[in-house]
Design a protein around this ligand. Structure first.
Ligand SMILES: [Zn+2]
Length: 263
């Protein structure tokens, strides 16, 4: 099969073909950008099929991951100097993270145009200013990562994101679990330098744990501090809990219409 060149969807350079893999029964070409290190599928034309269900069926880690993510959001807020900052979870899925954060006492909201929210209805993001926006397991789904990052930065000046960095040397298509060929939703894979370029092009600082959790921010934060905080996230979350007041009961009163009567 002849290979047609791809343009990097992050930086626009010509990407080099690295082979083909099977995605949802289709043969799909992959390419790697020599300039920014981004690895991408060919222009994805299978997304309608891939998103027949917004949450893919093989995602068994959804609850455990949200628990970890809640501690990581609290760690990010600690690093950014404000547990009271408003948080918006973009691509909030079922709303699990927002509910967990509100239970911890964080002023969290969600926004997701693709997935029906199940557990955090009533806390939709209303466009008001926020201090931190989160995008967990979203960037590898984006067709245009730069444009999506701009949308996130329009919500808040600090972006906490997770996406698993692609190993070096680059695995062959089909040889790495995160390619996700069984669900077809992962179409782009990042290196630290890819994310760094995206951040720097927007005048932002970038720190990463070197694996999956990354922060794009206005603050001059230390990469070492970020790594240490992530290691100690359970303790950080516990200590933060002493300073925060859980919103579980308050939210119940608000949503059930009993708040006025209780006050
Ligand atoms: Zn590139």
């Amino acid at each position: 099969m002849s290979y047609s060149p791809q343009m990097c969807r992050v930086c626009g350079a010509v990407a080099n073909g690295i082979g083909s893999g099977e995605v949802l029964g289709l043969v799909v070409q992959y390419a790697e950008c020599p300039a920014c290190g981004y690895v991408q599928t060919e222009q994805p034309h299978w997304l309608e099929q891939a998103y027949a269900e917004a949450i893919n069926v093989s995602d068994t880690g959804i609850l455990a991951r949200n628990q970890v993510n809640a501690d990581i959001v609290v760690s990010a807020l600690s690093l950014l100097g404000g547990l009271g900052l408003r948080v918006v979870d973009a691509a909030g899925g079922y709303g699990i993270l927002v509910r967990l954060l509100r239970d911890l006492g964080v002023d969290a909201y969600w926004s997701d145009q693709y997935c029906a929210n199940l557990v955090a209805r009533g806390f939709e993001y209303d466009g008001a200013g926020a201090g931190l926006v989160t995008a967990f397991e979203a960037f590898e789904h984006f067709v245009e990562p730069g444009e999506e990052l701009d949308r996130l930065l329009a919500i808040a000046p600090n972006v906490l994101l997770s996406t698993v960095l692609i190993p070096d040397p680059t695995p062959q298509p089909g040889d790495w679990w995160y390619y996700g060929s069984e669900h077809g939703q992962h179409i782009g894979f990042f290196r630290a330098r890819t994310l760094q370029k995206l951040a720097e092009a927007r005048g932002k600082c970038f720190v990463t744990d070197g694996r999956a959790y990354h922060l794009i921010t206005d603050r001059a934060v230390s990469g070492l501090a970020w790594k240490v905080l992530l290691r100690l996230r359970k303790v950080v979350s516990l200590v933060a809990g002493w300073q925060l007041e859980s919103k579980t009961w308050e939210d119940h009163l608000t949503l059930s219409g009993f708040k006025d009567k209780a006050e």
